[in-house]
Design a binder for this molecule. Structure first.
Ligand code: ATP
Ligand code: MG
Length: 283
């Protein structure tokens, strides 16, 4: 069967997690910093390492079959690709920010202002939606310094901690869109059996990441209360301990659920709670 090609970011914020996801899917490949393409030894797949901006276009044109890239880049390039799976990493928000002493108070105050950004397409859509007429100044990087240099009245850029904004005398003003990394495919790939196999592996890794394997000890008389609190993949496994009247309870729960429940579990008599990571969950 012909190999599929997946394009991932060569270096940058999405590179490490994209590589890790593919490795967690059981794919065996070399990841030399210098190589632009590598073949997976145990799966019909080749990996292309590209600038993230080029990934949607490569996939839309069918040069790559699949890609991992931020939604912000897909929207900005307006590439025609199929969304296959949200991946839960690379989360960020594209925001409009203004100088701390700006007279802009309301979205409509942006009328007639200039906004510097590397995301002119997404920003234009946002401005159209709110019927704002502003002058978009496209620059490719270091957008935060534009207002300080007198190039623009505001900026639109990806903000995570806000630290860069602050050190440039800016403050966040409006959220334009949120984004996360997405597995995309070229149109018409949906029926491909290699894709089916890869998607199943990706989904089992994602499911496992959200869940933990929990083992705890409890006195048998408290067991009903504990099982009531734990709704796992199925009902928990209960194993007798050497000590008479005690059992170990094994189950799988989501991590969020666990932090919510830990105190209630302890109050219900759970002891020696051990939490372990899960590699994959195949349903
Ligand atoms: P490339 O050299 O591949 O073009 P880049 O410099 O354009 O890389 P990165 O800064 O590595 O891009 O970011 C890649 C993607 O990571 C962004 O498009 C976005 O989807 C996501 N991302 C997550 N958090 C952030 C953040 N704090 N700042 C910027 N991008 C982020
Ligand atoms: Mg880029």
């Amino acid at each position: 069967m012909k190999n599929l090609k997946i394009a991932i970011q060569k270096s940058g914020r999405l590179n490490e997690k994209s590589v890790q996801l593919l490795k967690n899917c059981g794919l065996d490949f070399e990841n030399y910093k210098s190589s632009l393409i590598t073949t997976v030894n145990n799966f019909n797949l080749e990996i292309l390492f590209l600038r993230d901006d080029d990934i949607p276009g490569y996939v839309a044109q069918g040069i790559a079959d699949l890609g991992i890239v931020g939604e912000n880049v897909i929207d900005e390039t307006e590439a025609k690709v199929t969304y296959l799976q949200r991946l839960g990493f690379g989360r960020c928000t594209l925001k409009i920010a203004i100088p701390r002493d700006s007279d802009v108070q309301d979205l409509k105050d942006l009328n007639g202002k200039s906004i510097a950004t590397s995301y002119p397409v997404i920003l234009q859509q946002f401005l159209n939606e709110y019927h704002i007429q502003a002058d978009i100044r496209e620059i490719s990087g270091s957008v935060e310094i534009a207002p300080g240099l007198g190039l623009s009245d505001a900026i639109c850029d990806i903000v995570s901690t806000g630290g860069t904004l602050k050190s440039n005398g800016l403050k966040p003003f409006a959220d334009v869109r949120t984004s996360e990394a997405i597995l995309i495919g070229r149109d018409g790939l949906e029926e491909n059996p290699i894709l089916g196999e890869l998607l199943q592996r990706v989904q089992s890794v994602l499911r496992a990441k959200e869940t933990k394997y929990v083992v705890l000890n409890v006195e048998k008389i408290n067991l009903p209360q504990i099982t009531e609190l734990l709704h796992g993949v199925k009902s928990p496994t209960v194993v007798p301990l050497a000590e008479e009247g005690w059992v170990a309870v094994h189950t799988v729960i989501t991590e969020d659920d666990f932090w919510d429940k830990i105190n209630t579990l302890k109050a219900a008599g759970a002891q020696g709670i051990v939490v372990m990571p899960i590699e994959k969950i195949i349903l």
